[in-house]
Design a protein around this ligand. Structure first.
Ligand SMILES: Cc1ncc(COP(=O)(O)O)c(C=O)c1O
Length: 389
């Protein structure tokens, strides 16, 4: 056995607490179920991965998964549910291609663009989304972009434009740890709200009726990479740019019940099993309660550390899913942060390094992260502080 294999054996034989930002931890009961069903899906004698997407078996799985999501999130019939591919980033293009309509100013009047959308930039991913959308039309920044992504400008001060087709925001910035505690209410009138819920999807109830569109990659709270869930108001489906690739055209995907081309069969199946698990543990209200309790444990250690640990986000906008923090007071000590991460690894805590663009530490506390994982982390944070204060 090589040294590398030996190290892997040691790692796999002890318990690991996974704090990855995505792909991220899956619930243990789900993993066990996948293992159990891997070689024989539903009595077929072969796996779901080997099943035709045109088979009755897959068509049923696809429809059941959609229905289960509709029930769990109370998604009204005014909204369609689409299963797509290309990740969140594909949606950064699909959204302007599908929703930006020619309206308001005419090309003759302004000489350049007739398609407009409002964007609220509060972190890495909304910034990327706005950049991408610029390829397709005029982007109005609906509020000033914070110099450091530590808060959201008060939605009441936003300035939506009169000719925008939609107003885009990111519900939870995975890298910066900035989360909207509720759906924002900007000054009226404003265009339909479009939101990236990739990293707080299914972490709490969401009133979809207030949204034009919401999308999420599955690889945080909903299973594994390869599947993107799009929930879109049906009346927004009729404005797609004719140059839009068919696989990104919401109308086309909807018309084919998300089986226009080969869907990510395995990812849809895993999503289905995650939804089953969520149902069994009490649905979104139960998860919201657990997620509040878990994040409060870490917030309390940070807030009571006398500045040894510091949150990088203003209290009101602190994410309950991704908690970035620094160590060592106002000057932040990279030496202490490196030592903290090494100690965490040695205790079986993995995935705590902050994103390379911001540094520091980030604890991602998705649905599958257990209270035990969180207590292990909070105890270690206290122990580390006592030893280094
Ligand atoms: C909030 C958010 N939006 C979009 C993305 C991009 O998703 P993908 O990498 O699946 O394209 C991510 C990825 O982590 C994300 O966290």
């Amino acid at each position: 056995m090589s040294a590398c294999d030996a190290a892997k054996t040691t790692r796999s034989s002890r318990s690991v607490s996974l704090f990855n930002a995505g792909p991220a931890k899956l619930p243990r009961p789900v993993l066990l179920r996948l293992q159990e069903e891997l070689l024989d899906y539903n009595g077929l004698g072969y796996s779901i991965m080997e099943t035709s997407h045109r088979s009755a078996e897959y068509i049923r799985l696809n429809a059941d998964t959609e229905q289960m999501l509709r029930e769990l999130m109370s998604i009204p019939s005014s909204h369609s549910i689409l299963f797509m591919q290309g990740g969140g980033m594909a949606q950064f293009s699909a959204i302007p291609l599908n929703l930006m309509q020619t309206k308001g100013r005419t090309a003759a009047e302004n000489g350049v663009e007739t398609r407009t959308a409002d964007y609220v930039v509060t972190g890495f991913f909304s910034s990327k989304a706005a950049q991408e959308a610029k390829k397709f039309g005029h982007i109005n920044m609906a509020c000033p972009v914070p110099e450091k992504f530590t808060y959201v400008p008060d939605p009441m001060t936003w300035t939506p434009s009169s000719d925008a087709s939609y107003l885009y925001y990111c519900s939870n910035e995975t890298i910066n740890g900035v989360e909207f505690p509720e759906i924002p209410t900007p000054p009226a009138p404003h265009a339909p709200l479009v939101t990236d819920i990739s990293s707080n999807f299914l972490s709490r109830p969401l009133d979809v009726s207030k949204l034009g569109l919401a999308f999420a990659g599955a690889q945080k709270n909903a299973g594994c990479a390869g599947l993107t869930i799009v929930i879109v108001q049906r009346e927004l489906l009729d404005h797609c740019d004719p140059r839009c690739p068919s696989v990104l055209d919401y109308g086309v995907v909807e018309k084919h019940s998300s089986i226009y081309n080969t869907p990510p069969v395995w990812s849809v199946y895993v999503f289905n099993r995650v939804l089953n698990w969520i149902q069994e543990i009490g649905g979104l209200p139960a998860l919201e309660k657990m997620n509040k309790a878990k994040s409060n444990v870490i917030f309390d250690v940070i807030d009571q550390s006398g500045g040894f640990y510091s949150s990088t986000v203003e209290d009101k906008w602190r994410s309950r899913m991704n908690i970035p923090f620094r160590i060592g007071g106002p000057n932040e000590s990279q030496e202490l942060e490196t030592a903290f991460l090494a100690g965490a690894e040695a205790r079986g805590m993995v995935g705590l390094k902050g994103h390379r663009s911001v540094g520091g530490i980030r604890a991602s506390l998705y649905n599958a992260v257990t209270e035990d994982d969180v207590f292990l982390l909070s105890s270690y944070m206290e122990e580390f502080m006592s030893a280094n204060h």
